[in-house]
Design a protein around this ligand. Structure first.
Ligand SMILES: NC(=O)C1=CN([C@@H]2O[C@H](COP(=O)(O)OP(=O)(O)OC[C@H]3O[C@@H](n4cnc5c(N)ncnc54)[C@H](OP(=O)(O)O)[C@@H]3O)[C@@H](O)[C@H]2O)C=CC1
Ligand SMILES: O=C(O)[C@@H]1CCC=N1
Length: 343
């Protein structure tokens, strides 16, 4: 049974200066993460579970609080993708953003955005109220271990680390910390990301709405049960790389047939882009679009037959499955994450 909640109330967390005009569709199952996960696990093949996705009207973005300071711990590819995306809206000035990393090797591109940089994670947590933790999963425990004494209930901590669960994150932070888990993907860089997040025990719907509103310029942003975050990691976080592999193979097929490599790669990229945009914007099932390309006895059905013989469909499904399992595995081994010495 769904209930619609119209919020025009003042937001306590931001000292009354955020005045959201949002419409959040809440379902009973969404009020408790464990219920969400149970529902997701029991009916993964049931379309009705899509009702678990929390909708915020994208036409009514939040008015950003001028006190909002956004931090990134970690200055790598994903931090840059999110920072670039969220600055795009113009609602967040670059002077409200600060990034930390041990070395300066990734700082230049942030400085080009007008963002402040520091080698001190403590400085980020001191000066920012919404902080993205964007280090590799095996570093999360060490990083949170150092900053935890500075984290207050006024902070919102958003982890993008693959596999690191809300329970693990909450266990590494002071009791009552507001934590969200976000899985973005690299096309945030060009405002075409696909992002899914889940709220931790103490994160309120308005915290989720704030995150969604901030990230809206990065692409498609959805909230769902935590059980879906690892699946989204396989489907989309890693899925981007699967698409690149496919694009590369597409181009190499053309090179094999005699087309110059640069032209083949350029056409492959445009083909992936156009196919994706049509798929998204038409709302049609991919099988329907595929059949619209096939002339009986024509070129496409011959090519598709070769792809089926090569097992591309099974290989792709297995890639999503195994990447999901890997994310789950990372989540089940927090001690391994903490002690792993990979960069
Ligand atoms: N790349 C992707 O497509 C996606 C990545 N993710 C997640 O995002 C997270 C970051 O990945 P990604 O951006 O690719 O990784 P990168 O290797 O590009 O960046 C990692 C960053 O962490 C910094 N760092 C290392 N140690 C510390 C420390 N102790 N304190 C602060 N910063 C530190 C590094 O510093 P330095 O600059 O000095 O090297 C670097 O800036 C991962 O957890 C990953 O699971 C999620 C979805 C997609
Ligand atoms: O490969 C990884 O672990 C990260 C998470 C999703 C994309 N990159």
């Amino acid at each position: 049974m769904a209930a619609i909640m119209d919020e025009s109330e003042t937001w306590n967390r931001w000292h009354g200066t955020l005045q959201p005009t949002i419409s959040i569709t809440l379902h009973e199952a969404e009020t408790d993460n464990s219920e969400q996960e149970a529902a997701a696990a029991q009916s993964l093949q049931d379309n009705s579970t899509l009702d678990l996705i929390i909708k915020t009207d994208p036409e009514t973005p939040l008015e950003m609080d001028s006190n909002l300071r956004i931090g990134f711990i970690g200055a790598g590819n994903m931090a840059y993708g999110i920072a670039k995306g969220l600055l795009q809206s113009g609602d967040v000035p670059p002077t409200s953003v600060k990034v930390s990393a041990p070395s300066a090797r990734n700082f230049v591109r942030f400085q080009e955005l007008g963002v402040a940089v520091t080698h001190s994670n403590e400085e980020v947590i001191h000066s920012c109220n919404l902080v993205f933790v964007a280090v590799k999963p095996h570093l999360v425990a060490a990083v949170l271990g150092v900053i935890t004494k500075y984290v207050t209930q006024k902070h919102i901590i958003v982890s993008v680390a693959a596999g690191v669960t809300l329970v693990t994150l909450e266990g590494l932070l002071p009791t009552g910390s507001v934590v969200l888990r976000l899985m973005p993907n690299l096309p945030c860089l060009v405002q075409q990301g696909a992002l899914l997040f889940s709220r931790g025990t103490h994160a309120q719907p308005e915290d989720g709405a704030l995150l969604r509103s901030l990230l809206q310029p990065c692409g498609l942003v959805e909230e769902g049960p935590e059980a879906w975050i690892d699946i989204h990691t396989g489907l989309s976080g890693s899925g981007v790389a699967f698409v690149y592999l496919f694009a590369e193979a597409l181009a190499e097929g053309a090179v094999k047939m005699g087309m110059p490599s640069a032209l083949a790669h350029s056409i492959a990229a445009q083909t992936v882009l156009g196919a994706g945009q049509l798929l998204r914007d038409s709302g049609k099932h991919p099988a329907q679009l595929r059949s619209e390309v096939c002339t009986p006895g024509g070129t496409t059905i011959f090519g598709l037959h070769a792809m089926e013989q090569g097992g591309v469909r099974a290989a792709t499904m297995t890639a999503v499955e195994i990447a999901t399992e890997r994310a789950r595995d990372l989540g089940r081994k927090p001690s391994h994450i903490a002690t792993d010495n990979r960069k």
